[in-house]
Design a protein around this ligand. Structure first.
Ligand code: G6P
Length: 612
């Protein structure tokens, strides 16, 4: 949610900032702006995408060795040139970019207005700029002290970069709630919301913690808390290649990421699933393994697609490991005063590791004494750092706003966990455990087979050209996949889609069915409800609905009664979610492309939701 990038060093900051903004654009894309600082400062900001900002500034010959840039997902104030960042304080002393929400901004604004401050934008960020300036001018303190004092008055979340026009050789960065990473080069520093704008220059990074302020000069760097306590920076090496964050010949990141799934799943189980020893090892859970084995209850929290992965996790953990499991939206969990016991295990699932509601749920669970495990894709992220233990998905950076490879990687981890716990708890006999290990190992190849059908799926997507509503039905392990398929379609093609447990159709959605209503049915011949799903298809057909079935290879029973079919390779029911979701991702992708939409940057959405 909003991407921020900054540079200080010896290069011209302009291209670093523009390129950085392009990499961060998935975090928000309703407006963009930058400031380049040399003897003077130059601020440009516009409603629209980063390429509009680039178009309008590329011939201005902007040069300076300090720069900051912002790509916005509006919270306070509609997308407009004025509300775009950077913001500058009334007396032009502080330039600021901000990711997050200042919750008490209205009260602070009123106080500043009472003291003669005027505001030109509707943003909370301008309030912060003026608050810092007010303290600076009134208190006659240094810019750093003014910044730190101002931050003590702020409630809410922020990742900010600040430049004082009286001290143009320093860049200040501060964080509370919204992520900031500092890339450490030779005589230069790169600061950004995540590592993607940084990795082409350096892989040495410092992850800022909440309530820390970095004071960054060309050849000098120091870190302290907002209460002025010095902090020793910890430099880590990150393992992201530049190719991981580029489209690599695909038209969109989403398509690239869908096609990366065999590799992403393999990377996720590499070193954890041994086909030779027929074993599963999850090193990140070593410290909590006893607690997991003896768990009375597991609560899974997440948002969006990660929540859907959690639903698959519930089926897996109850089915294989026989541990009672609940799945909660992190946003509901955090505010409903849930009953959490000290022997409960809470699993937080998050691709980005920065989703505000998921982080709040983690903190609440910890406060109540639960053991909290993270399943997360981003090393150094808040989820990774705040959980007691965890397992990384090694899906690689996911840039497309609609999550794809992160989903299958999350399910991979949940499957490994459920298998291991099922075995260790004595519910899964050795032969069955080994059989599933073998089958899991085959999944990447089976996904390749599905991906090879992309032309057929592209053709099928035409069916949706004039469609406004659709229904996705599944049962058992395929019910969460129905939800995920419907979400994918909504997110990028703006077609109304609902996911339902197939048997629930008759309790409402069936009223919607007519010849203009495609119904996507997920059916696995391994599911115990296979015959029932055939009846559900008949019910749709009887009402002239159009049926698109995702079936097991060679399933003639269903293909005969469906209008269209996509076949997936045979697999045990516990693994069918991993396969069935892939055609649905491709289907949504091609439908959205046919409609001419920007699939990587769907309207109103953002990849990393760092506000409530
Ligand atoms: C946003 C993204 C979704 C994602 C959800 C949760 O809504 O657009 O793709 O599933 O956030 O994000 P997380 O990073 O916590 O998995």
């Amino acid at each position: 949610m909003c991407g921020i990038v900054g540079y200080i060093g010896f290069r011209n900051a302009y291209p670093v900032i523009i390129n950085g903004l392009k990499r961060l654009e998935y975090r928000g894309y309703d407006s963009a702006g930058l400031a380049i600082i040399n003897d003077n400062y130059h601020i440009y900001k516009y409603k629209g995408k980063v390429k509009d900002l680039e178009e309008k500034t590329k011939n201005l010959n902007l040069t300076g060795t300090i720069g900051i840039g912002h790509t916005r997902w509006a919270t306070h104030g509609e997308p407009s040139d004025i509300n775009a960042h950077p913001h500058i304080s009334m007396n032009k002393k502080f330039i600021i970019i901000h990711n997050g929400i200042i919750e008490n901004y209205a009260r602070l604004k009123k106080r500043l207005e009472d003291r003669g401050y005027n505001f030109i934008s509707q943003t909370d960020t301008e309030v912060l700029a003026n608050l810092i300036e007010y303290i600076y001018l009134k208190g006659r303190v240094t810019p750093e002290i003014a910044l730190r004092l101002a931050l003590t008055k702020v409630c809410g979340a922020y990742g900010i970069l600040v430049v004082c026009t009286d001290e143009k050789e320093t860049l200040f960065a501060a964080r509370k709630g919204s992520p900031l990473v500092i890339g450490v080069g030779e005589g230069e520093y790169f600061i950004a919301s995540d590592a993607t704008p940084i990795v082409e220059y350096t892989n040495r990074v410092i992850f800022l913690n909440d309530d820390e302020v970095a004071i960054v000069k060309k050849n000098e760097f120091s870190l302290k808390t907002i209460m002025n306590v010095p902090v020793t920076p910890v430099i880590q090496e990150i393992d992201i290649e530049i190719g991981d964050i580029e489209k690599g010949g695909f038209d969109h990141f989403m398509l690239k990421e869908i096609f990366e799934q065999p590799r992403a799943i393999e990377d996720t189980f590499r070193g954890r699933l041994s086909i030779k020893d027929k074993s599963i090892t999850l090193g990140g859970l070593y410290n909590v393994m006893d607690k997991l084995i003896n768990a009375k209850r597991i609560i899974i929290v997440g948002c969006g697609t990660s929540w859907h992965a959690g639903l698959v996790g519930e089926y897996l953990l109850e089915d294989l490991a026989k541990i009672p499991t609940e799945v909660e939206y992190a946003s509901e969990f955090r505010y409903r005063n849930p009953i959490i016991n000290e022997d409960d295990i809470v699993i937080a699932i998050s691709q980005s590791g920065e989703t505000a509601d998921t982080i709040a749920a983690i903190r609440l669970a910890k406060e109540k004494g639960a053991t909290v495990i993270g399943i997360c894709n981003v090393v150094g992220s808040t989820v990774a750092r705040e959980t007691h233990a965890g397992v990384f998905t090694h899906a690689g950076p996911e840039i497309g706003v609609a999550s794809t490879k992160a989903f299958t990687a999350q399910i991979t981890i949940l499957t490994l966990m459920a298998l291991l716990l099922g075995y260790k708890r004595g519910f899964l006999p050795k032969e069955k455990y080994e059989y599933y290990i073998n089958e899991m190992f085959e999944i990447p190849k089976k996904i390749e087979k599905i991906l090879n059908q992309h032309e057929k799926i592209k053709e099928l997507a035409q069916v949706f050209n004039n469609i406004n509503n659709s229904l996705y039905l599944g049962r058992g392990y395929l019910f969460p996949v129905a939800l995920e398929g419907a979400l994918k379609l909504k997110e990028i093609s703006y077609i109304h889609a609902e996911g339902y447990p197939a048997a629930e159709m008759k309790h409402g959605p069936i009223a919607l069915i007519d010849e203009s209503m495609p119904v996507v049915v997920l059916a696995s011949n391994k599911d115990i409800t296979y015959e029932k799903i055939i009846s559900n298809i008949q019910e749709v057909k009887a009402r002239k609905g159009m049926v698109i079935s995702i079936i097991t290879e060679g399933d003639e029973k269903i293909s005969k009664i469906s209008d269209y079919c996509i076949e997936i390779p045979e697999a045990p029911d516990i693994l069918t979610a991993l396969l069935s979701v892939v055609p649905l991702q491709l289907l949504s992708y091609y439908i959205a492309v046919n409609r001419g939409y920007n699939v990587d940057q769907p309207r109103n959405l953002a990849k990393s939701v760092t506000v409530e």
